[in-house]
Design a protein around this ligand. Structure first.
Ligand SMILES: C[S@@+](CC[C@H](N)C(=O)[O-])C[C@H]1O[C@@H](n2cnc3c(N)ncnc32)[C@H](O)[C@@H]1O
Length: 435
């Protein structure tokens, strides 16, 4: 295949499926249900801005579409900050999640826990106590040099003292709430912010007077805690989701066959983003990761969606001719920012095949799977992830019901120019499957 054949290639792939809403002609970020920004309006969902998450609106829509009820069982094998399982819980449904990032799994846990009035009162008491601690100057600095630079020096001292106070509290739900409220504010107090695939220095760092870093940090924590207390309701007592801090590939070990009604998820996209870099600040500063080997362990369990690791050979028998014989050879002829991209893509779809196989087994006959996914692009070549996942799912035995286009997306401005002729395939879609 050559460059000029790409429009026909994508059109022929789409023609195999029921692709709906594919007449869009401009990219948008807002007004789509899959965007996490809508979580800001939802109790509990608004506690942490997990940018890669989808919104509770989308989850409710899919639950309604498949007519789920209280006796339904739902699974999100890439559960991130827990949007799917939190909505399932609120609706009284049993739910299961898998997530390799221990920080994301922790967000899910805190968001979906049942709390009593006493727990909330104790949380407020701890917060009050924290605001009165003495700041010790001779506290041990982090070994990790990058972490020492992430805050201005007075703020670093304040944060280390806060961390020490919280870490020394006995284990309890109120302690977890406080720990969580604190983690949610780290970025606001830092000199760096999340941007693309990692952290970037802020143009506008946090401003506070000399001697007031601790006060500033406490104001941020108190604001967060206030929103958590506001969201507390004794009615939020649905079944607590079973969340495994494990890879999707452990599903067959943990979920009995033919037991799940709906599997709803959004996997990492094949766009080279590494979640251990994006959530570096929270993972390291809060102690979910204490060494480069801890970080590597998370990467090794993750889907092969980026090039920051080389995985020992996994599932090498994978072959999708449209990827391996058409897209990959064309990519290999291009100048890419790293020549690892073609192998990464092969690994990505191999991992997704394994995930879909295990998902298929977990579903009841007639059960559904909905995948929210964006396509990506390299050197002007769109990777039609949505259609490729549909093709893989079909090989496994799924019936592909629909590929519902949600929106067109903008990748980097460079890719945007290069993909001019095939831009309508740069899209975010929901791939809907039936067993
Ligand atoms: C797009 S996010 C999901 C966000 C989620 N839908 C939400 O609303 O919060 C994809 C998640 O998959 C996780 N992940 C990556 N590889 C995984 C694997 N092999 N098994 C389970 N989770 C994985 C990432 O850490 C990330 O949190």
């Amino acid at each position: 295949m050559d460059y000029n054949s790409l429009p026909n290639f994508y059109a022929a792939l789409d023609a195999k499926y029921n692709v709906t809403n594919n007449e869009l002609n401009s990219a948008t970020y807002t007004n789509v249900d899959c965007n996490f920004v809508y979580s800001a309006k939802y109790a509990r969902h608004r506690w942490f801005n997990y940018k890669e998450g989808f919104s509770p609106i989308l989850v409710e829509k899919i639950f309604n579409e498949y007519k789920l009820n209280k006796s339904s069982v739902v699974c999100d094998p890439f559960c991130g900050a827990g949007t799917t399982v939190a909505v399932a819980k609120a609706k009284g449904m049993k739910s299961i999640g898998f997530e390799v990032n221990p920080f994301a799994a922790f967000i899910t846990k805190v968001k979906t826990e049942n709390y009593s009035k006493d727990n909330m009162e104790e949380f407020e008491k701890l917060l009050q106590e924290l605001s009165t601690i003495e700041i010790a100057i001779n506290i041990e600095l982090p070994e990790n040099e990058y972490l020492r630079r992430i805050f201005e020096s007075e703020m670093l001292l304040a944060q280390l003292n806060i961390r020490k106070y919280i870490n020394e509290l006995p284990e309890s739900k109120p302690k977890e709430l406080l720990f969580f409220a604190w983690i949610c504010t780290l970025e606001e107090c830092a000199l760096y912010r999340k941007a693309g695939n990692g952290l970037k220095i802020k143009r506008r760092p946090p401003t506070y007077d000399k001697g007031c870093a601790f006060k500033f940090a406490m104001e941020c924590i108190s604001k967060k805690a206030a929103s958590m207390i506001e969201d507390f309701s004794l009615e939020d007592n649905g079944p607590i989701p079973q969340v495994y801090v494990e890879s999707v590939t452990t599903m067959e070990k943990n979920v009995a066959k033919n037991t799940v009604d709906l599997v709803l998820f959004s996997p990492p996209y094949a766009n080279c983003f590494d979640y251990t870099k994006i959530y570096y600040l929270e993972l390291w500063f809060a102690g979910f990761v204490n060494s480069t080997s801890d970080q590597k362990n998370i990467r090794m369990k993750s889907l092969r969606s980026h090039c920051h690791a080389t995985w020992p050979e996994r599932y090498t028998s994978f072959n999708l001719p449209e990827l391996n014989d058409q897209i990959i050879p064309l990519l290999r002829q291009q100048k890419l920012w790293t020549n690892k991209i073609p192998d990464m893509l092969n690994g990505y779809f191999a991992d997704m095949e394994e995930a879909l196989r295990q998902i298929y087994d977990s579903l009841k006959s007639g059960g559904h799977c909905a995948i929210v996914v964006s396509n990506s692009a390299y050197a002007g070549i769109v990777i039609p992830t949505d259609v490729f996942l549909a093709m893989i799912a079909e090989k496994i035995g799924f019936k592909v019901q629909e590929i519902a286009v949600e929106r067109l997306i903008i990748t980097s401005s460079q890719q945007y120019k290069k993909t001019e002729r095939v831009r309508k395939y740069l899209r975010e879609s929901i791939v809907k499957l039936e067993k």
